[in-house]
Unconditional design. Sequence first.
Length: 211
Amino acid sequence: MEPLCFARSDPGRGDAAELYDIQHGSVVSKLACSSFVTAAQFAPDGRTILTADGGGNLTWWRVGARELGVQRTIQIGHFSRAMAISPDANTVALGGMSRISLVDFRSGVIRQRLFGHSHEINGLAFSPDGSTLASCSMDGTIKLWNLRTMQEVCTITFDVKPALGKEIGVQAIAFAPDGNSLWACSRSGALKYWRAATLEDIAAAEQAAKP
């Protein structure tokens, strides 16, 4: 049985990420990056790790039996704290300051950039079917993007009203496995979720003359 591992930023060194064996509680290896690591994630194949760093680089790492090897590095052109890989492993989404870059997983080509948020993007999540991308930002909003048309579908206002001792901004976001619910948490500690209306919900609302 192979060790269960994950990549994480090394708090002691900003220019490295650790490959950590969860079963044995030990570091398997370190990935030496050109700048401090801002995001790291396994690809669906479980043998490839992607890292984003403070220099705007996106790097593919191949996990071998005894070593890690760099496969490719590309320049995204912006700092990326948020990263998500589509379920079919065709697209990598990276969030920057008010923009999202969609990168082809296999070629490393930037296919599209999405604009709409007014501040740094903290979290990204693909829907289970890969047709929708959700993004959350320090501007206090969540946006849903149709990846077939590359258009913004809607904006959800999470938390945009300042208050004493309260931090504005949405920190993280995720779809439920059924793809019908969306969860997000704010920097102030609030957790919320939204559920898309089913056809039965819509029919019941119409019958009751409710919106």
